[in-house]
Design a protein around this ligand. Structure first.
Ligand code: MN
Length: 485
């Protein structure tokens, strides 16, 4: 049987704001437990929530980027449930009147094909607090309300995903849009980008959708991929063995690489949603939407097309830049600083030697001691032939250790300036050729492979400073002549 998998995603994206969604408490990550909590976050009687305008504007930017319908009249509802980390007994969320509906996001898969995920809706809601089960007081559980009331936008997709690869491609793309719009950090370790996966299988395309499981606790792309792969197998095995699946919430355990049943899923009705009487309808004016639209940055797929068409970057090179906000900002900065250098050359140093060095040193592009201005200066010295490629790599490594130095200062200090003077190189070439008459004869007889032997000798004689292009030209001219001795 060829089983068909159906996946829908719910992504909770934490929005970058100074204060919480309905209170003035700070949103800074990593503070001591319960130091960033306003009375509203605890739901104390007599306190009233006030909507954070910045969070609303972030939601509108996301909607504009994804082509969603932005609802100019939107409302909050109470989602009622009991849990220790939810002191009000309800979460302020959106039910019937979400801020965004529809929209889509297209991603490129490994084989170069495109996959489009359509969106059902996206709504604003507050985060809950956190139960803490270990730490300073072993055996005692604590509650940390710093996260209570943090602003989230929950993006819900249509069930149009059928493989782990499609799911992860969509999530990486969405996270990149969030980071590009600067509406969230997308930091998965800090829980600022969290994903629940709804997954079911059915025997063929005409069969009704199967019983679904909801996978939670997925905090890395790798785990999402593995959890989906495991769950597809588990459901197919169960059905093939004649078992009946139950609708349930399952947790992924990364160490064992399997999912466990956590609880059978309550129906949406159990939440007894109703409009929150403390929060009146929000009316968004067309002027507000227009202003946000005007301020939108260039989106990743727009930059991708521009880099390929205007700069002739290869698709994969353009995509590695547009899928990483650090590389993107660095590249745009380098192109602006060095308008006379071909962007393709700047891109290949950025995504090549520089990215490799960052990787080796275990830091991100943003954390690197070398900024895009210095990197652009280095590439300019390659372009004007002051540096050979190998000398430029040496300067790059030296610059990493001593970023306070200038590129030109280091080139001088290390004596790596390329020698482009024909009058200085020609005698070296002549001398090397004269010293190796047998090899010269071989080359003259047609053994072309020996050419690099001569290049190596001349480069060594020049202490690595001769321009290899010039050496090649001079050698070609000389070796064409028959050996004299
Ligand atoms: Mn939610």
């Amino acid at each position: 049987m060829s089983w068909i998998t159906t996946i829908g995603l719910e992504v909770h994206v934490q929005l970058n704001t100074k204060s919480k969604l309905f209170s003035s408490a700070s949103t800074t990550f990593g503070a001591k437990p319960n130091t960033q909590v306003a009375l509203v976050d605890l739901g104390l009687p007599g306190t009233l929530p006030v909507i954070n305008k910045q969070a609303l504007h972030h939601a509108i930017s996301l909607g504009l980027a994804l082509g969603s319908t932005i609802h100019t009249k939107t409302r909050f509802s109470r989602k009622n449930y009991m849990y220790p980390d939810l002191p009000k007994g309800y979460q302020i969320s959106q039910d019937k009147y979400p801020i965004l509906t529809g929209g889509k996001l297209t991603s490129t898969l490994q084989d170069g094909s495109s996959h489009t995920v359509t969106l059902t809706r996206a709504h604003l809601e507050e985060d809950a607090g956190k139960s803490v089960h270990e730490g300073e007081a072993p055996g005692i559980s604590g509650l940390d309300f710093n996260r209570a009331g943090m602003p989230l936008i929950e993006v819900v997709t249509e069930p149009v995903i059928s493989t782990a690869e499609q799911a992860v491609a969509f999530l990486k793309n969405l996270r990149n849009v969030v980071r590009c719009l600067k509406i969230g950090t997308g930091n998965m370790q800090e829980g600022a980008f969290r994903c629940d996966v709804n997954l079911s299988v059915r025997p063929d395309i005409d069969a009704p959708l199967g019983t679904r499981a909801e996978l939670k606790n997925l905090n890395s792309f790798r785990f999402i991929e593995k959890a989906i792969a495991y769950e597809i197998e588990r459901q197919i095995d169960a059905l093939e063995n004649g078992e009946t699946l139950v609708q349930e919430t399952r947790l992924y355990n990364a160490e064992e690489d399997r999912t466990y049943s956590m609880r059978t899923k309550e129906n949406a009705d159990d939440y007894r949603f109703f409009l929150d009487p403390d929060l009146p309808q929000i009316n968004i004016s067309p002027t507000t939407i227009d202003a946000i639209k005007m301020a939108l940055p260039e989106l990743p797929w727009q930059a991708q097309a521009r880099f390929e068409n205007d700069y002739q970057l290869h698709r994969d090179q353009a995509s590695s830049i547009t899928q990483d906000p650090g590389l993107f900002d660095a590249f745009v900065g380098m192109v602006a600083d060095q308008p006379s250098i071909p962007p393709k050359l700047l891109a290949s140093w950025l995504t090549g030697a520089f990215a490799a060095l960052c990787n080796k040193e275990g830091c991100s592009i943003e954390e690197a001691p070398i900024g895009n201005t210095q990197l652009g200066e280095l590439v300019a010295r390659v372009h004007d032939e002051t540096l050979s490629t190998s000398a430029a790599k040496k300067v790059l490594e030296a610059l990493w250790q001593q970023p306070q130095n200038s590129v030109d200062g280091l080139i001088d200090a290390l004596g790596l300036k390329q020698n482009n003077d024909t009058n200085a190189i020609e005698p070296l070439v002549k001398q090397v050729v004269a010293e190796h008459p047998a090899q010269h004869q071989d080359y003259y007889n047609g053994k072309e492979a020996i050419f690099s032997f001569f290049v190596g000798k001349v480069m060594r004689a020049s202490k690595g400073q001769a321009n290899p292009k010039l050496v090649t030209e001079l050698l070609q001219k000389l070796l064409k002549e028959p050996p004299t001795a």
